[in-house]
Design a protein around this ligand. Structure first.
Ligand code: FE2
Ligand code: FE2
Length: 472
């Protein structure tokens, strides 16, 4: 028999879970399955160690999180919706100006469910991808950051499961089960999106993933945060506050690898960074090429009728929709995109409505570029003549029209034979991966760091860098 569980205590929430018996029953039957999933496919090690973690406890901007040491299975995965404005109106699409929806309109049930399931599927997928990394963590602080990202992706799964269970009845409950059944990289029941079936084999891949792939998450969440379906909008808005830390982990992680490479180049007066146990800048460029291109694919086809329909129906807006200066309906609105024309890449003007995915990808690319600029500044400040570049959007794509061609990182179309010959120059090859893999050693002394990565400037939540973030 299930004891009388106090759900407000077990699951911090601001959705009045205590008074919703139907929802409680649905979550009661899902919760043990989630815990089973977490034990089996969450972090492979350290489940019984105390980790210094942040837990969301409210949506109050001044104090939404609590920090403390706990075992991951005791993490309180909560359900939070950002505060709602009174009188909130739909800001785009054909329902623009009408009141936002608190319930799912019958005609949008299927596409809304699909959007929520697709977002929800990415959350446990990344936990599965990262499950073996702790054993090679370059420091306790980094290990803690990995676990922080993992438990929060778990909470994001809860956020999407809440929406499915509260608003989609029996179908929603079935989808919630499926989210725990699909598995990253599994051939028979893979995760929905390609990048979430790739391996995250080493810490460099982890930092690149949290920089590039969690950033796709930011843009998806931000456009869902514009949704006319208010519970979805408010869930995603709150998830963005946690997402910011994931991208911080990625950006600072790569920064520290870059910094170490530059220190070696400067101190040893050599470009042979590998000889001194660092990751050389050209290898970092290859990792950028890979993670950026697979993350670009997550935005879907540039030209998309589905995306146009989501927009027109008010289900999914553009990035910072309300700040954009146009009619928010995209009637006769032009937008310029890059297309393949007569075997060449050319910029052409098309209907903005037909390319809302491409526009979101543009916003994403601009944001990635800002990170690249900051990494380049680290190199420049140390007087080294090298800079990273984002590859062209046509490079190494599996989705959309560029999937039909091969292109160099500079955006020059090449034939398959040349691609086959040169891909090893542009993407991490076996030797690169083996080398990076060989650097991965676990460091468990507080304040110590593996030699391939510089220590961070600051610790977590004002704790010192040498704090025991994981109790060993
Ligand atoms: Fe997430
Ligand atoms: Fe994330």
């Amino acid at each position: 028999m299930v004891a009388n569980v106090d759900y407000n205590e077990l699951i911090p929430n601001n959705v009045d879970l205590a008074s919703d018996r139907r929802l409680q029953r649905a979550l009661e039957s899902w919760h043990p399955k989630f815990m089973q999933w977490w034990r089996a496919r969450g972090p492979e090690y350290f489940q019984d160690n105390e980790i210094y973690l942040r837990t969301a406890i409210s949506v109050d901007k001044k104090g939404w999180a609590h920090f403390g040491s706990l075992k991951m299975p005791d993490y309180r995965w909560g359900i939070f919706l950002a505060e709602s404005a009174d009188d909130k109106k739909i800001t785009f699409g054909e329902h623009k100006g009408e009141a936002v929806w608190q319930d799912v309109p019958g005609e949008y049930r299927a596409p809304l469910r699909r959007l929520i399931v697709t977002q929800g599927d990415t959350e446990p997928a990344s936990v599965e991808q990262q499950r073996l990394l702790a054993v090679t963590a370059p420091s306790l602080l980094d290990m803690r950051n990995l676990f922080q990202v993992n438990v929060e992706e778990g909470r994001h799964l809860w956020a999407m499961v809440y929406l499915l269970m509260a608003h989609f009845g029996r179908d929603g409950r079935e989808e919630a089960e499926q989210l725990l059944i699909r598995q990253s990289g599994n051939e028979d029941k893979p995760r929905i999106l390609g990048a979430f079936n790739e391996k995250t084999p080493d810490w460099l891949a982890f930092f690149m993933f949290t920089f590039f792939t969690d950033r796709d998450g930011k843009y998806q969440l931000a456009s869902l945060a514009e949704s006319a379906f208010d519970p979805l909008a408010r869930s995603c808005q709150f998830m963005l506050t946690e997402e910011a830390h994931h991208m911080y982990v990625g950006e600072t992680g790569v920064s520290r690898v870059v910094q170490r490479a530059c220190e070696i180049m400067r101190d040893k007066k050599t470009d042979d960074v590998r000889h001194f146990g660092g990751v050389d800048l050209p290898t970092l460029q290859k990792y950028i090429n890979f993670h950026f291109s697979v993350s670009e694919d997550l935005f879907g086809s540039g030209q998309s009728t589905n995306a146009a329909n989501y927009f027109t129906s008010g289900l999914k807006g553009r990035y910072q929709e309300s700040r954009l200066k146009d009619d928010h309906q995209l009637i006769d609105e032009p937008y310029s995109v890059i297309r393949i024309e007569d075997g060449k890449l050319a910029e052409i003007e098309v209907s903005a409505l037909s390319v809302v995915n491409e526009r979101l990808r543009d916003d994403y690319i601009a944001d990635c570029q800002r990170g690249i600029d900051r990494w380049n500044k680290i190199i420049r400040d140390r007087g080294i003549d090298f800079s990273f570049r984002l590859p062209h959007r046509a490079f190494h794509r599996q989705i959309g029209e560029f999937a039909e061609i091969q292109a160099t990182p500079e955006g020059q179309i090449i034939d398959q034979a040349e691609w086959d010959k040169r891909a090893v120059e542009w993407l991490p090859n076996d030797e690169d991966q083996e080398y990076v893999g060989s650097l991965m050693v676990q460091v468990t002394e507080p304040g110590e760091f593996a030699p391939w990565i510089a220590p961070p400037r600051i610790g977590i939540n004002d704790q010192p860098v040498d704090f025991a973030y994981v109790s060993m």
